[in-house]
Design a protein around this ligand. Structure first.
Ligand code: SAM
Ligand code: ZN
Length: 267
């Protein structure tokens, strides 16, 4: 279950036993009661300290669990079915919506997921979907070299060096970025002059981009709690004038385009 992990302190293999993971050099990491393990090594701050708080985690979960972004999850599941990987990793898994969705849709592999935010990983572990979940930083991933067949990486910071190191030769990383028109309807409510997203691809380093898949749909939100959750899980939450938020709260329904780009990167 934890086969591909390595000790974040010394890099030795980790063994699971009696509710903890440990290495031969005596470094030991307790499993939390929800079933995840914190592998952030000394000196590295967890997500809560660098920004992702409980409210954001809950908003993300409330919104995604209603299935608004299921077209993206379906497209990703199709890629798994095509490639039939044995080891699947959700990088920056957040509160685990995609980890759970994909592990239920694709039964052929062992699933792993990690995020820097303890609260996100705690919520992901509570889903009890069979994935092995841990807290870690993308800049120092406690996973052995070339041990992952297929990795997902949705809407999160990119670290081409570490991602390339852990993916097997012939393996694939699929990253999702917001498309040009993603949430344009929401932006029209919030701003006088809304802009399209730039759809800039991350610097994928030594990976080769072999395919880009556009996923488009339209969603309608009729619950003001969903509208607020959506706002709270986007960067607009921090940049929106109060009038914009008031306008959103006064709506009885919000219809908006959603648009994603799945970028397939091969090693
Ligand atoms: C916008 S959320 C996306 C979460 C999930 N992939 C999803 O689509 O629902 C970005 C996530 O990246 C995580 N994150 C940010 N910096 C990170 C880092 N240095 N290492 C690991 N995770 C990080 C955040 O904690 C957050 O959960
Ligand atoms: Zn160790």
């Amino acid at each position: 279950m934890y086969d591909i992990l390595r000790c974040p302190v010394c890099g030795e293999n980790l063994t699971a036993e009696g509710g903890r993971l440990f290495c031969t050099r005596g470094h030991s990491f307790d499993m939390a009661k929800e079933g995840y393990v914190n592998l952030l090594s000394g000196g590295h701050k967890s997500g809560e300290e660098i920004g992702d708080n409980r409210q954001m985690a809950r908003s993300r979960k409330n919104f995604l669990d209603k299935g608004y972004y299921s077209p993206l999850a379906d497209a990703a599941a199709g890629l798994l079915e095509q490639r039939q990987p044995k080891t699947v990793l959700d990088i920056c898994c957040g509160e685990g919506y995609y980890t759970e969705y994909l592990s239920k849709r694709y039964r052929g592999g062992s699933f792993y997921g990690f995020d820097i935010s303890k609260e996100m990983v705690r919520l992901a572990a509570k889903r009890r979907c069979g994935a092995s979940l841990f807290v870690a930083n993308i800049s120092r991933i406690p996973i052995r070299d070339e041990s992952v067949d297929f990795a997902f990486h949705f809407f999160a910071p990119f670290h081409s060096g570490e991602f390339y190191r852990i993916i097997k030769q012939g393996g694939m990383l699929v990253t999702a970025i917001p498309g040009k028109r993603h949430l344009f309807g929401l932006k029209q409510v919030l701003y006088d002059t809304p802009y399209e997203n730039d759809e800039a691809l991350p610097d994928v380093g030594n990976f080769k981009i072999t395919r880009k898949i556009k996923v488009r749909d339209e969603i309608t939100l009729t619950d003001s709690e969903d509208m607020l959750s959506l706002l709270q899980m986007t960067p607009y939450y921090y940049h929106t004038p109060t009038e914009g938020i008031n306008k959103l709260c006064a709506l009885s329904s919000l219809t908006t385009e959603i648009e994603f780009v799945l970028v397939c990167c091969e090693k």
